[in-house]
Design a protein around this ligand. Sequence first.
Ligand code: AHG
Ligand code: MN
Ligand code: MN
Length: 282
Amino acid sequence: MQEIFEKIEEIALEIDNLIKTAEGGYSDHSNSTGDVQLKLDILSDEIIEQKLSSVKTIGSLISEEKENILEVSSSGKYTVCYDPLDGSSIVDYNLSVGSIFGIYENGLNAENIVASVYIVYGPRVEMVKTLKGSKPEHYRLVGTKFLNLGTITMQESGKINAPGGTQKNWYPYHKLLIDSLFQDGYRLRYSGGMVPDLHQVLLKGGGLFSYPGTTDKPKGKLRDLFEVIPFALTFIEAGGEAIDEHGLSLLGIKPEHPHDTTPCFFGSKYEIAKVKEAYANA
Ligand code: AHG
Ligand code: MN
Ligand code: MN
């Protein structure tokens, strides 16, 4: 596992450099979800594949940017699922973006995730590493080294509300939930990049990030293996919660296909209780 973490640190440095120096704009290709890929999506994916395919403990790699599973070593026990560059729609406008990694052992169910790592490329480059059973560790890049800033613990409640999805297509009970939080004094914080948006909720110790099912996308937008499950592990180990639209832990989901998506809610305990109430009779 240590070797995987070291490679991810090298990857973070290379992708950060790429974001700062490579050409922007779209390529001529689409990924399996149907998104037109940015040149940066493809280059970031190549960096990760090249770095991780030499790690002996990794059996296979699954990228948001590739349809198929890549087998790398027959003796490797881990499958690493990754979103090379999260925030394709905002990177060319110089908003913060990220990379997300979920490390699974013994099959691709949420309960089999053993660690997750995400990197935020913002005014600073930061990394959060979570091993199952331990508090998430927060790091900041200083020069070429990641400095450990300590562990992350969430409070019982927070003050920010980050509501994803197109409002026109929200179900009425979801709109009531979001409106009621604003009525209670919550403040809108939504950049359109789940990595910085969730990072803010985590570091501020509470609040809610939601990406619900909508009338046009009943299963939501965020992908289980590379986005939803890795962040669920981080939030739950930090003392927060992460649930689906049935109020069940996201660490119980069983994706049928590598690119499946699930409506998701991440937050501190108070706001997640509000989600459960709002969705109870949905
Ligand atoms: P990606 O760039 O990897 O396709 O994912 C972007 C995701 C996520 O970061 C964000 O929360 C969400 O898409 C934003 O979606 P909306 O534009 O629908 O708010
Ligand atoms: Mn993404
Ligand atoms: Mn992506």
